[in-house]
Structure formats: C-alpha cells, structure tokens
Design a protein around this ligand. Structure first.
Ligand code: 5GP
Length: 189
C-alpha cells in the first residue's frame, strides 16, 4: 500500500521535533521516517531511532546508488537524506509517514508525493527567539548556532510555499493546531 505522508519543516530550534513527537503519540497510525545523516551523534541520540548515523563516504555511496528519495547537504559536510527503503518499510506496515526535514527537502518531497502529501511549516515567533532556544539546548557551538540562524532566515522566506503554517508562539497552541490539521488530512476522502 501507498500511505499518506506528512512533512514537517522548520528552522532549527523552532520546535518541530516536539510537535512531531506529540503527533506520533496522538496518532498510532503514523510512523516517523528515520533519516540517514553524516553529522556526529549528539548526546542522548540513538542510532536507528533519531537517525541512521553513517559516514560521509557511505552517504556519498548511497547517493551514487540512488538509494535516497531526497537528500540535502544541510550544512557543510553534514548530509541528511530520506532512504527509499525507509519509506517502503513504513508503508509495508500499513502506516502513514511523518517526516522532519529541512525546507528544501520538505518542498522536494511535497512535489514527489502530490495530493498524498501535506507539508507543514513551523514558524518560530521570531529569529531572536530561535537563537535563545538554540543557546539553551547546549548542544551547539557558537559557530553552529550562527550557521543555523543564517539558514533560518533563508527558510522563513519560503514558508508560504507550504500547505500549512503553524505559528509556535505557545507550545500548547502549536500542538493543538498540529493535531487538528493532521486529523483533517488523515480523514479527508
Ligand atoms: P539536526 O542536525 O538539528 O538534527 O538537523 C538539521 C536539519 O536537518 C533539520 O532542519 C532537520 O529537519 C533536517 N533534516 C533531518 N533529516 C533530514 C532529511 O532526511 N532530509 C533533509 N533534507 N533534511 C533533514
């Protein structure tokens, strides 16, 4: 079976991971697509759960083998991509897929899946707010934060290319809106 796909994109630090985790617990018919990535594993992350952590060489080999539905070099030498095998794995279980990816990857997948896809952009209340969140996460260096903020400004410009925009002003509001949007999409004829 070919299920539906729900794509969440947002600047780093906008809170999309929290929203995606909430939706996964609210909708048992959804499963998270685990991406492959070439960045080092962070403290608290698990291989095969958060990402399939692979080397840059392995990543490039998989690009050459055409194993990705989409991939991006999100930051220099940090590749992230969706394996075609991951999509098949989830659909075989009869589930719909939820993706967490950068804006370019999200728009790319949205185009590939057409009406079977819903692309949602999570908007942070402001860029200053994003910077504060990234700092409080304590997983990023000052350089990585600056890179992520620069990219965020570019990504926000593309928000109106998405099917829906959720403003993450308060988490409670964002979660409620996300649930409603996903419910409507999963149940529409
Ligand atoms: P992080 O390093 O913070 O986990 O992720 C950095 C960025 O890469 C985030 O915007 C995340 O959504 C994005 N990302 C994660 N997986 C994928 C993927 O499979 N494809 C693309 N294009 N971006 C991804």
């Amino acid at each position: 079976m070919k299920g539906k796909v729900i794509i969440f994109s947002a600047p780093s630090g906008a809170g999309k991971t929290t929203i995606v985790k909430h939706l996964l617990s609210a909708f048992p018919e959804l499963e998270f697509s685990v991406s492959a990535c070439s960045r080092p594993m962070r403290k608290g992350e698990t291989n095969g759960v958060d990402y399939y952590f692979i080397s840059i060489e392995e990543f490039k080999q998989k690009i050459a083998n055409k194993e990705f539905a989409e991939y991006e070099e999100v930051y220099k030498d940090n590749f992230y991509g969706t394996l075609k095998s991951e999509i098949e794995r989830i659909w075989k279980k009869g589930k719909h897929i939820i993706f967490d990816m950068d804006v370019m990857g999200g728009l790319n997948l949205r185009m590939q899946f057409g009406d079977n896809a819903l692309a949602i952009f999570v908007m942070p209340p402001s860029v200053d707010h994003l910077e504060q969140r990234l700092k409080s996460r304590e997983t990023e260096t000052a350089e990585s934060i600056a890179r992520r903020i620069g990219k965020a400004e570019q990504e926000i410009i593309k928000a109106n290319l998405f099917d829906k925009i959720i403003l993450n002003d308060t988490l409670e509001h964002a979660l409620e809106e996300a649930e409603k949007i996903v419910f409507d999409f999963l149940h529409k004829k």
